[in-house]
Write a new protein. Structure first.
Length: 608
């Protein structure tokens, strides 16, 4: 679609990479079988040798030969198995990538349903979240901060400066397929949860390091317990050990509430730290050219150990702490050695010296993964251009605009222009003709563009605007809201949004459905006039032709366009192309006939 599109074929590249990974997996599977056979033979030889030793009493040193050989085979086999696991994950990565290119991605990855907010001004209407959503298509984040940041970008338009900066970052990351594969292969569960809010809250709390004298007492008691154990083994007397343990119990009373409070606060913090550390390490190991990526890297520059090691250290200390208080085998040892006190101090010291950096690290990981998600989308669609951002006037000017979520063979592209000279487009058409899809095409591409990504078009120029929609409106039995009440409430929200900055682009589908034609005509014109007076631009769809007359009554630039359908061999066919003017026919009755509903059209006409 774009003249300056990168000259490569992602489908060819992915298939070549997939074939290479599959060859590697086949070779590793052969090695896996060979090592399994060798281990079995070595074990059998050792068993036979052991039996022979019992019979002939030769030097036992000869038995070390199969034992050492078995251990060497075991270590080598483990390395092969590890490579095999990674190889199979690589194969899965490229299989999923090819499925995306073939429009078979609705079962791949997280759907982002937890981000669904019915009150958001447009997310629910343009399929940002849920199965088959834009989020699902874009998302490749390994951490919750990455998913949260991508969501934030899709839900809130950025400034021109931020959008242009993101575009440069996406372009730099676009060709780094190996890096995205490496992120996929990180040794942690996909979407291993890290509760960043809990981590931020814990990191910002005032640290309470264990005092020096308490740590000295803990060391002395630990050595005393060790001495008591040695005394027990030497003399068989438990008296010294029991005395030490009783003193330790009294010592721990002072820490009981503190340990319980700390355990509650870090229990959620520890989840996902491993993957967080690995993603940090990936970012630390790269050199960037674009300012936005350099800024991300700068947030990770601190004195001493890099952030990935600091987070890994926190993860280890949290693990030791919970083993000390929960592990039935380690807890008694930790109690006797007063190790829990040292783990508490380690956590508090970490919070004191490193906790202040957590907000920057979470933001850095989130922004990097959000850029990676947009970069993957850009790589897999080299024909999609980055939009041009207009600063002088409010506009949305698209050439061959298509819906990013539709399969290639189903996507019909259309030209569309909104701006100062054409601020309202009234779209008429019969049922299923493409009116709602046109609105979603505009909204979805606008969300992509203002997040910093490429768009499905030959060309798109737009200004930074808010987006307000009224499309999928439902009644609510629980809230006692009728459909019409819900529609009016939604339209009221859109009008209120138009009173704020930046200016609004509105998308209203079947405006004021649920009331009679007379009230609908008057109410719709009132809503549209309110929006236009507030400097908004947008589209309104309807199959009520009376509403198309509103265009003639407006003093600002406004036009009618329509979609058509044709009845061929008893079947309705749609081409989904925009045409100027007002639609001339309806398909409602024909659709009812096709669904087997009977009625007497002549009798209905006579009654009227």
């Amino acid at each position: 679609m774009s003249d300056d599109s990168p000259s490569y074929n992602p489908f060819t590249d992915y298939n070549e990479r997939l074939a290479a990974r599959q060859n590697e997996v086949r070779e590793l599977e052969k090695q896996d079988n060979q090592f399994s056979t060798a281990r079995g033979i070595t074990f059998l030889a050792g068993a036979i040798g052991l039996g022979a030793w019992f019979l002939f009493h030769f030097s036992w040193l000869l038995l070390l030969i199969p034992l050492v050989l078995f251990l060497l085979l075991l270590l080598s086999h483990d390395r092969v198995v590890s490579k095999l696991v990674r190889g199979r994950k690589s194969v899965r990565y490229y299989e999923q990538a090819i499925n995306r290119l073939q429009d078979n991605w609705s079962e791949i990855g997280a759907t982002g349903e937890r981000y669904i907010d019915p009150a958001h001004p447009y997310a629910g209407d343009i399929d940002l979240f849920g199965r088959g959503s834009l989020f699902q298509l874009l998302n490749n984040a390994r951490t919750r901060p990455g998913e949260d940041r991508l969501t934030h970008w899709l839900l809130k338009p950025a400034s021109i400066e931020d959008i242009l900066a993101r575009q440069t970052g996406v372009k730099e990351l676009r060709m780094l397929v190996d890096q995205r594969e490496a992120m996929f292969l990180l040794d942690a569960k996909v979407h291993d949860e890290i509760d960043q809010n809990q981590l931020l809250h814990w990191a910002k709390e005032k640290p309470e390091p264990v005092s020096l004298w308490q740590r000295v007492v803990a060391v002395l008691l630990g050595f005393s317990a060790l001495t008591g154990v040695a005394w027990w083994f030497e003399t068989g007397s438990l008296s010294l050990l029991l005395i030490v343990l009783m003193i330790e119990m009294l010592f721990f009373v002072a820490f009981r509430k503190r340990i319980k409070r700390l355990a509650q606060s870090v229990e959620e913090v520890g989840a996902g730290l491993a993957i967080f550390a690995q993603v940090l390490e990936q970012v630390e190991g790269q050199t960037f050219r674009s300012p936005v990526l350099q800024q991300i890297k700068s947030r990770l520059e601190i004195d001493g150990h890099p952030p990935s090691q600091r987070i890994a250290q926190l993860n280890r200390v949290i693990g030791h702490f919970f083993n000390a208080i929960q592990n039935q085998f380690f807890a008694p040892i930790a109690f006797a050695g007063c190790l829990t006190i040292h783990f508490v101090h380690g956590l508090e010291r970490w919070r004191e010296h490193v906790g202040k950096h957590i907000p920057d690290w979470l933001l850095a990981v989130g922004e990097y993964e959000a850029l990676c998600a947009l970069a993957q989308f850009a790589y897999e669609h080299p024909q999609y251009p980055f939009p041009t951002l207009a600063t002088e006037e409010q506009c949305f000017d698209a050439t061959r605009l298509g819906h990013p979520l539709l399969p290639r063979e189903e996507c019909i592209e259309n030209d569309l222009r909104l701006g100062d000279s054409q601020r309202l487009i009234m779209v008429s058409g019969s049922n299923m003709s493409g009116k709602s899809t046109l609105l979603r095409t505009i909204g979805t591409n606008m969300a992509l563009a203002l997040a910093g990504g490429p768009v499905r078009a030959e060309k798109l120029t737009l200004s930074v605007m808010q987006l307000g929609t009224a499309m999928r409106v439902h009644d609510s039995l629980q809230d006692g809201q009728s459909l019409f009440y819900a529609v009016v409430a939604r339209l009221s929200d859109v009008v209120k949004l138009s009173q704020k900055e930046p200016p609004l682009l509105f998308l209203l589908d079947e405006i004021l459905q649920g009331t009679n034609s007379h009230d609908r005509r008057i109410g719709a014109e009132g809503v549209i006039r309110n929006l236009l007076e507030n400097n908004a631009i947008g589209l309104v769809t309807t199959h009520d032709l009376a509403l198309t007359q509103i265009v003639e009554n407006l003093t600002v630039g406004a036009i009618n366009i329509h979609f058509e359908d044709q009845l061929i061999d008893g079947k309705m066919q749609f081409d989904y192309h925009i045409r100027p003017g007002i639609v001339q026919r309806s398909n409602a009755l024909e659709l009812m006939r096709m669904m087997g509903l009977r009625f007497d059209e002549k009798e209905s006409s006579n009654e009227n």
